[in-house]
Unconditional design. Structure first.
Lengths: 108, 229
């Protein structure tokens, strides 16, 4: 997946309609879902695309801005929550995450 | 009930850090603290050396807020404390409101009740901000929302809070009593937990001032009850 995904992302980058990285990731959604269904972890996907997990999640979830309507129904929220929970389970160990992020624990 | 409590309020100087401190002091169990205010980290300053699990969160920095928020929610997913108090800087209100849905989704994923404790100061714009937060900001997505009218400003906050504000807020409204200026000035100078200052285990206040502080904390109990349920 690694080379294919990255080259597809680069192809999409050339499309003037897909100017932002998030738009390009959204365009790749079918491939990402297929990769997940095939058992790929979020980490493998973000490595393959060369993007940060936060960018990946924000793009896929289409984070809405101020003024957007609240979620249409509880089922949808729970479904998204399951995906996020699953991704947390697969995420790297907390210690590594804290070191990589700019959030510091007191005493570190 | 495992909770994540965002101490919110878009105006500066309305008493967010004071409320966060009260919530830390009066929590039913020792909470974790996420200090997002880098310019005035009053809560971190007070509790950093007192054995609390805490995080310094550069929510307003050169990094994209969504990246920091995503990191934060990921880190909070592994916090063992039942309660997490998040102290937001005033300028972060709009950011948090913008990503309210994401915060809400992650709160569900990490199995925590999302609570918004919104501090309302003296001005009418402070009340308007609270209403905006309830309409389409973080409070709109919270399972529990408590507006706290800061009595430090006399009756100003209470008189600005209209019936319409009540209707839009759709949650509990409480009042934080005002701490006399002389005492609050002295408390501000001591980097120690309020409880330790009040019981005299940390030097800093005169005996009468300690009594006033103790009584004030006691009078804040209804706010903590409303937030923690």
């Amino acid at each position: 997946m690694h080379d294919d995904a990255r080259s597809r992302l680069l192809d999409l980058a050339a499309d003037p309609k897909l100017r932002t990285e998030r738009a390009r990731i959204r365009a790749l959604r079918p491939e990402i879902e297929a990769a997940r269904a095939a058992g790929r972890t979020w980490r493998e996907i973000e490595d393959a695309l060369g993007v940060a997990r936060s960018t990946l999640f924000a793009a896929l979830r289409g984070v809405r801005g101020k003024g957007a309507a609240p979620p249409a129904n509880v089922d949808k929220v729970e479904k998204v929550a399951e995906v996020v929970a699953a991704s947390f389970e697969e995420a790297q160990p907390l210690g590594e995450m804290v070191r990589k992020s700019k959030i510091k624990r007191w005493g570190e | 009930m495992r909770q994540i409590i965002f101490v919110h309020g878009e105006k500066g100087g309305v008493g967010k850090s004071t409320l966060a401190t009260v919530l830390v002091e009066l929590a039913p169990s020792r909470p974790a603290i996420a200090e997002c205010d880098r310019t005035a980290p009053d809560v971190a300053r007070r509790y950093r050396s007192s054995g609390y699990m805490g995080l310094d969160v550069p929510l307003l920095s050169n990094d994209a807020p969504i990246d920091i928020l995503t990191d934060l929610m990921g880190v909070l997913g592994d916090v063992s404390e039942d309660l997490i108090v998040v102290n937001l800087p005033s300028a972060a209100g709009l950011v948090v409101n913008q990503y309210a849905e994401l915060i809400s989704e992650v709160s569900v994923a990490i199995k925590r009740e999302l609570v918004v404790a919104y501090v309302v100061g003296a001005g009418a714009d402070s009340v308007r901000s609270a209403m905006d937060c309830a309409r389409d900001g973080l409070a709109n997505f919270a399972q529990r929302r408590v507006a706290i009218l800061n009595g430090y400003f006399g009756s100003e906050a209470r008189s600005r809070w209209t019936k319409e504000a009540d209707r839009v807020w759709r949650g509990t409204v409480g009042e934080m009593p005002g701490l006399p200026l002389r005492v609050s000035d002295h408390v501000r100078r001591v980097d120690a937990p309020l409880g330790a200052i009040a019981d005299g285990s940390v030097v800093g206040l005169q005996p009468l001032e300690r009594i006033i502080l103790r009584n004030w904390l006691r009078d804040c109990a209804p706010i903590a009850d409303a937030v923690y349920g």
